[in-house]
Design a protein around this ligand. Structure first.
Ligand code: SF4
Ligand code: SF4
Length: 415
């Protein structure tokens, strides 16, 4: 896969170099520029630097800074008069520039993330559930629910989606965990050899199920596989976001929504992947008696709250988070609802305002078995000792070291 990746990247950059006139419109419309030291830089000059990087020449600092600060909000895409996707242009630039710099940050981050996922999932899921999700493909299925890596940190969302797919009578299997990584972390870190292997490995494992459809969840996987690397690798299955699939079955879901939810919920959304936001809006909109209020908290300035999104500009992420609480309280919301697991990990129950994922509400409205959000329960505890106590059996089952939990958990639950 590594040579296929190289040839894919060459084709993509030639295409961009053949189209982009360095007019600078994308830089001018980019909302991140004014929040970074790039403010006041020449739009044409910065884009010219990006094109130099794509040609394989040394990248000027401003071009690198823009690529590294891009929160993937997508506001530049419509603006380009030449049909270039500037977001993809910057994503490719970032990987190539980091490779040229010999960076190894991707592998380091991946190791750290893997440890955190192992701990958090082991505190929340049974060994049997974990083995079912992370194990090798064993049999054929029409549909694979591909959960990516990090959703295992908030696994009740996986269980919710499984309830929804089962309610629809779908023949599906679940696949995910760090052994099914999409490769984005290695790519952003500039480790292209590793990216080729990791992404190739993912496609092979998914293909082993011989599915017709692979449902994605993670917005990062969705953007990496569906945009940055769109068209890379041959596979027989169709990639579809799980919310597209649910919306395609909305009539059936709606019929099953027998439990009204007479509550006011504040929805924390994001830009970047508008089809997902639209889908969630439609799904929640079908719940009887739900009073849905969308927040205008700045979430549209990034595709997610996570490290590839708003957290690339930490001051912006902090501002958005503050606005979320302030606005949700101002409208008298009973609950705060998020789209993504990355946001779910950065929000918490506070002052009577409960944080929920949109799948929690769908499951509730349909009267399906509910799965406790242990992430938020643990997060609300005074310290690691209480978590150790509450998760004692699961830790034993999953061979989780209590000393490691004590050491690592405070940073993961940081507010
Ligand atoms: S995707 Fe958003 S943050 Fe990235 S370059 Fe485009 S406008 Fe700027
Ligand atoms: S990507 Fe498009 S908008 Fe941006 S500089 Fe090139 S031609 Fe202009």
């Amino acid at each position: 896969m590594t040579s296929a990746l190289r040839s894919y990247l060459d084709t993509q950059r030639q295409e961009i170099l053949g189209r982009c006139t360095a007019c600078g419109d994308c830089f001018q419309v980019c909302p991140i520029v004014s929040l970074t030291p790039l403010k006041g830089a020449s739009p044409e000059g910065v884009v010219t630097g990006v094109l130099e990087a794509l040609r394989g020449k040394p990248a000027p600092g401003e071009a690198v800074a823009w690529a590294e600060a891009c929160t993937r909000c997508g506001l530049c895409i419509e603006r380009c008069p030449e049909g270039v996707n500037p977001r993809k242009m910057l994503a490719l630039t970032e990987g190539l520039v980091h490779e040229a710099a010999g960076a190894q940050a991707g592998s380091r981050f991946f190791r750290l993330m893997s440890r955190n996922i192992r701990l958090l999932s082991g505190l929340q899921l049974s060994h049997q559930n974990l083995a079912g999700i992370q194990g090798p493909p064993q049999d054929q299925a029409d549909v694979v629910f591909y959960v990516g890596c990090n959703l295992l940190s908030t696994p009740h969302i996986i269980l919710n989606v499984m309830e929804l797919l089962s309610a629809l009578g779908v023949d599906y299997r679940v696949a995910g965990g760090t052994g099914y990584c999409c490769g984005v972390i290695h790519f952003v870190g500039g480790e292209l050899e590793a990216t080729g292997k990791v992404t190739g490995h993912l496609f092979s494992k998914l293909a082993a199920f011989r599915p017709r459809t692979v449902l994605t969840w993670c917005p990062t996987c969705e953007m990496f596989l569906g945009e940055t690397m769109a068209g890379l690798g041959q596979h027989e299955f169709e990639l579809q976001h799980v919310t597209d699939f649910l919306v395609a079955h909305l009539d059936v879901l709606k019929e099953r929504m027998s439990k009204p939810i007479p509550r006011r919920v504040a929805v924390h959304g994001h830009g970047g992947l508008p089809h997902i936001s639209d889908n969630v809006r439609r799904l929640l909109g079908a719940i009887p008696e739900l009073d849905l209020v969308e927040l205008h908290d700045g979430g549209e300035l990034g595709y997610s709250c996570n490290v590839g999104g708003l957290l690339r500009v930490p001051s912006l992420q902090a501002e958005v988070q503050a606005a979320v609480w302030q606005q949700a309280r101002a409208i008298g919301a009973d609950e705060l609802v998020d789209l993504y697991h990355g946001c779910h990990r950065l929000l918490w129950d506070e002052g009577g305002l409960r944080v929920r994922n949109f799948t929690d509400l769908l499951v509730e409205a349909m009267g399906l078995p509910s799965h406790e959000d242990r992430f938020q329960r643990y997060r609300g505890m005074p310290g690691p000792q209480q978590v150790l106590e509450a998760a004692r059996d699961l830790m034993r089952e999953n061979a989780i070291d209590p000393a490691q939990v004590e050491r690592v958990l405070p940073a993961l639950f940081q507010r």
